[in-house]
Ligand binder design. Sequence first.
Ligand code: 5GP
Ligand code: MG
Length: 464
Amino acid sequence: MCGIFGVMGHPEAANLAYLGLYALQHRGQESAGIACSDGEVITFHKEMGLVADIFSEDILARLPGHTAIGHVRYSTTGSSELKNAQPFVVDFESGSIAVSHNGNLVNAHLLKQELEVGGSIFQSTMDTEVIVHLIARSKRGRIEDRIVDALSQVRGAYSLLFITRDKLIAVRDPHGIRPMVLGKIKGGHVVCSESCALDLIEGELVRDVEPGEMIVIDQRGLQSSRPFFPAPPHFCIFEYIYFARPDSVFGGVTVYDVRKRLGTELSRAHPVDADVVIPVPDSGVPAAIGYSEESGIPFQMGLIRNHYVGRTFIEPQQSIRHFGVKIKLNAVKGVVEGKRVVVVDDSIVRGTTGRKIIKMIRAAGAREIHVRISSPPTAFPCYYGIDTPLRRDLIAATHNLDEINTYLTSDTLGYLTIDGLRACIPRGEKKGYCDSCFSGDYPVPLDVQESDEQLPLFRGSVRI
Ligand code: 5GP
Ligand code: MG
């Protein structure tokens, strides 16, 4: 998971990219970068860390031009280091190109091997670099044709933004696995991961970029095409459950509304006699509101989050993660003491966070703790750009409901079913989802079938 933002046709392109990335910071906190074109050259700046810490007025002033793309990174392929930060900028025969990628390719390791046998030298361990090599080697003329040529060889999830000297090009994979939306701002065009970035810059959401769509924006305006074989849509259902910001809109539906509905459904599926409903902030809040409204049990903030700590998952190591939970959350004694408490969260991955939280609430005096999860058990790893770990590390892959309940030390535990989840998600002719993390149905075939491991995308550098 990563966040991408692109703008063309605005005199303050770099400043807009900065703001856009700031609004997309929840999608990745490891590194950030912006590349700009002034019509002649591409300049860029990228560093490890958070958007607000990386960019200063000085740095932004050194990124001139009307065209910019940016990226915030959360590594799913390639290690967490500067050489893997994006935008990835290269010069080749027909000029400079910069690329920002959200997603994961499932055949990148094979393509990389072939390219290396053919003499290519790789600078990074990112799957995105494979695309750049394929573009550079393409025999086609126009950059958009080279991009299509390159992408017709890759499989997997990609929402991509490219800039050249005089163009902004956006491409979404044929299944539309990762999000991407199109917007407008004062004569300029914007393409970005989520609409919350448009809200911040006072832009206007036009529509989702369609699965398999390529949008080329240049001096003449915007051109849309469908250069790939049509495929059924498989938008990542986890964007609605957890990843996206709740104020973002996909397919005309606000993420907040979906999350609240998940809570309503959860309350119907797993009612319980209790005194108070509390969310695990922030991700569990809308579902807890839905649960509370449907059940009539009062909603309270029984856990307080320290907002100066990033998402727990930022730290790749288990040891740090354990520590992270303690510094991130604290129970409110006055809310939970002597009470029968319903705790609502969006998902359980390893279960380590949940277990700590239950202990914390118990220590604050809760009489009973009923855990309710607004998604089905996460039993399968994601290969398309989300960091759900090795199958054996997913608690629901190796434990049944009773065992998870015992591990968490909760009194009862209830998840949504896949059907319950599907009932809450926007439906329609053009809407289809990837729910492989729950169902194991992978829409893009994997090279390694029945494997217990994440794909060996770049052996030696894959994180977990
Ligand atoms: P666990 O302790 O079960 O591994 O973590 C569960 C928590 O992680 C939930 O509160 C959920 O909001 C969050 N979460 C679920 N999936 C992801 C993910 O892929 N990345 C990040 N950053 N957090 C996740
Ligand atoms: Mg959470």
